[in-house]
Design a binder for this molecule. Structure first.
Ligand SMILES: C[S@@+](CC[C@H](N)C(=O)[O-])C[C@H]1O[C@@H](n2cnc3c(N)ncnc32)[C@H](O)[C@@H]1O
Length: 253
């Protein structure tokens, strides 16, 4: 039997690692690293750094592979994600099947929390269910980027006794503001989707690379700060080659 740990590592600040995550990392013989290309190489470096910082008195190794890319700008987004997950599963099976020995423990260090817009749990579940590889797996929660964002802006996700929604920007753009909701948390925005919602008395709490040394935060009435956020995003994307940002949109009473 091989043990697989799916460990949430937080959203960029090494201090986001929980005690539970540190204990789990100290059980692993190998860490699976999926390289997403040079621009995002710093995310791989961050994982190596975390291992150096918290693993004590034991040998471990990295099992590395290139991360398959999603085909972009196709009308069938869901199909493209399913294709990507099929390709990722092939890579996972190679890493677990060929590179991890029976009796060993291997760990995925998942950005933020593994339950939030990440496919690792689903892919490992499918591999375990198929039964070709004898694996047991466990999930260790992490501090998500949304929790980090709310903490840095010193706000709650929800109004008192109210519901809130977490959504990918694509869905918000397609379906509009969700009926009856006063707080919406938006992730995975490639298109400055918040700009569709000016003139509606909203406040935005926006953050990029939250928790890291490059953290950038802007908050205020959406109508007043939307343009500044757009310019800042463009500039950061240009400077770093990629951007990771999210935001809370809230209706003002
Ligand atoms: C594929 S999802 C992964 C989310 C992750 N599992 C989590 O718990 O935060 C990637 C999205 O998370 C958000 N994100 C991740 N890290 C972030 C950070 N440090 N600052 C702001 N947003 C972040 C961005 O919206 C990004 O597009």
């Amino acid at each position: 039997m091989k043990q697989i740990l799916i460990i949430g590592i937080g959203a960029g600040d090494p201090d986001h690692l929980t005690v539970q995550a540190i204990k789990a990392m100290n059980r692993a013989d190998a860490f699976f690293l999926m390289d997403k290309g040079t621009a995002k190489g710093s995310l791989i470096d961050h994982r190596r750094y975390l291992c150096e910082q918290v693993i004590e008195g034991r040998d471990y190794r990295f099992i590395e592979a290139d991360c398959p890319e999603r085909v972009r700008d196709v009308p069938d987004y869901r199909g493209a994600v399913e294709d990507l997950n099929r390709d990722k599963r092939g890579v996972f099976e190679w890493m677990i099947g060929e590179q991890l020995q029976d009796g060993e423990c291997g760990a995925f260090l998942v950005w933020g929390d593994p339950a939030l817009y990440d496919s690792t749990i689903r892919i490992i579940e499918a591999i375990a269910a198929e039964g070709r590889h004898a694996i047991d797996y466990q999930v260790i929660p992490g501090i998500s980027s949304l929790q980090a964002l709310a903490a840095r802006h010193r706000v709650c996700f929800n109004g008192i006794g109210r519901a809130f929604q977490v959504t990918p920007a694509r869905r918000l753009a397609e379906q509009g503001w969700p009926e009856g909701m006063d707080s919406v948390l938006v992730m995975l925005d490639a298109q400055d989707t918040y700009r569709h919602f000016t003139g509606q008395n909203l406040t935005i709490y926006w953050g990029a690379y939250v928790g890291s040394a490059d953290e950038t935060l802007i908050a205020g009435p959406l109508d007043e700060v939307a343009e500044r956020i757009r310019e800042t995003r463009a500039e950061l994307r240009e400077r770093h080659g990629w951007i990771m940002d999210s935001y809370l949109l809230r209706k003002r009473p």
